[in-house]
Design a protein around this ligand. Structure first.
Ligand SMILES: [Zn+2]
Length: 454
């Protein structure tokens, strides 16, 4: 499809049909990224106040919460006042889901189910306004790197969820807006020639995906003497996981020394920050209040803090002082690129792993995570692959919610994805142990840790 046609006609029409104001928001964001810090701050505080007022008025959960904390949006003068609102965790969202929604959201609410970066499953709802702002932020930051709406983008991605939803409509939509989704949920050396062929045929301007998946693809393709440094890829966007320096180097080299660009965000948290050409992670200030907290208090500059977000456009289901479980530091905010959006640095805590099936396929760990997280009453879990055909699943459950056939469904799901010869042992636990780093790794594969040797 012609790039200009997509950008000026098809994509705007598509967004309009879905009732999303993505284009006007994009215009607004593109102006605001150059605004003065004072102007940004004024806008942000005003949006925060509006969100809190709305939450008090329309969301029973927050009305109760504010009143218990002695907080009144009308009286809020500064962020010290704002911090009277207690932090919001995943467990609380699970318990109060019905009371957290704005039933009159324009265009209705959409349900979403995520594993989250901490491995605790989470269901939440979003509205069109929030979705449009997240899309606008994505479009703006892609433009920083020369990838415009309508330019060809190849998604090396895919979760079972998105693939089952990938019906004809989705295919058609992708083709219309110049996207191509290659399911790389599992990669085996046998699939590499086919994927390389799709790259060559589609000739994307940018590639988007999990860094672990893209890096594995590059490694396997290199081992088979394939090269993709001559097909016109200009930039690679990494999302949803920590991008390691060695991945940045090897992926960039594979596509002809092209920049590999990182972002930070999550399904439930939205599109939070993105790297500019100076290598700084700019925060989408017009859409967020981001806090870095150490023992509940703002961390000093240069000090680690848990990332706590308030998404200012989540009116359908507000995320107010939501704990991401990820860790980072506030940046100084000054950047040579000239943008006045705040910055963050040293982001940690989003590692995913692979599991290796008995017949040698490398599967993104999310494939088996989906099996476990689809089961009601699972609070936390950890999956350990001891050997190619030997899996242990640790579960922390709500006794009264966990179904009688829960164990059976887990075993069947694992066998379906990994092969019949896999043995799965399920152990119920009161507490799932953390790693030495304090980080919750939800899949540990002793086989994958041995490394891929091509
Ligand atoms: Zn910058």
């Amino acid at each position: 499809m012609h790039e200009k046609l997509v950008k000026h006609v098809i994509f705007p029409l598509h967004e309009k049909m879905l009732g999303r104001n993505t284009y006007p928001y994009l215009k607004e964001l593109e102006t605001l990224q150059w605004a003065s810090p004072d102007e940004l701050e004024e806008l942000r505080f005003r949006k925060l106040k509006e969100l809190l007022r709305h939450a008090k008025q329309h969301i029973p959960f927050y009305r109760e919460r504010f009143s218990q904390a002695g907080f009144d949006p009308e009286q809020m003068r500064d962020y010290d006042d704002f911090r009277k609102i207690p932090l919001l965790g995943k467990a609380e969202i699970r318990q109060n889901l019905a009371q957290m929604q704005w039933k009159d959201s324009p265009g209705g609410l959409t349900r979403y189910n995520t594993g989250g970066s901490s491995g605790e499953p989470l269901v939440f709802y979003y509205d069109r306004r929030r979705q449009a702002y997240d899309l606008a932020a994505r479009a703006m930051t892609h433009r920083w790197w020369g990838a415009d709406i309508g330019d060809k983008e190849l998604y090396l991605w895919g979760s079972p969820l998105e693939i089952t939803k990938q019906d004809k409509m989705k295919d058609m939509r992708d083709a219309l807006v110049n996207d191509l989704l290659i399911s790389a949920f599992e990669i085996s050396p046998q699939q590499i020639p086919g994927i390389v062929e799709q790259f060559r045929k589609f000739r994307p301007k940018s590639v988007f995906g999990y860094p672990s998946t893209i890096a594995l693809f590059c490694r396997m393709a290199t081992a088979q003497n394939f090269r993709l440094d001559d097909i016109g890829v200009e930039v690679i966007f990494s999302a949803a996981e920590v991008l390691y320096d060695h991945q940045r180097e090897s992926i960039g080299a594979f596509f002809g020394n092209k920049p590999v660009v990182d972002s930070y965000g999550s399904r439930e948290g939205g599109f939070i920050s993105h790297e500019c050409r100076e290598g700084n992670y700019h925060i989408m200030d017009p859409n967020y209040v981001i806090e870095f907290l150490k023992e509940g208090k703002p961390a000093a500059l240069g000090e680690d803090g848990e990332i706590v977000i308030t998404h200012l456009d989540t009116w359908g289901m507000p995320f107010i002082r939501y704990r991401t479980g990820d860790v980072a530091q506030a940046g100084e905010g000054k950047c040579k690129c000239g943008r006045r959006l705040g910055t963050m640095q040293n982001i940690r805590g989003r590692t995913t792993d692979f599991i290796v099936t008995p017949d040698g396929r490398w599967q993104h760990a999310l494939s088996i995570i989906y099996v476990v997280r689809d089961i009601e009453g699972v609070d936390e879990f950890k999956i350990i692959q001891n050997d190619k055909d030997d899996i242990t699943v640790l579960l922390k459950i709500h006794e009264n919610l966990y179904p009688e056939n829960g164990d059976g469904r887990i075993v069947a799901g694992f066998k379906k994805r990994m092969g019949d010869e896999v043995r799965v042992q399920i152990e119920m636990q009161d507490e799932i142990p953390r790693d030495a780093s304090g980080k919750y790794r939800y899949v540990v594969s002793k086989v994958a840790e041995g490394g891929f040797r091509g």
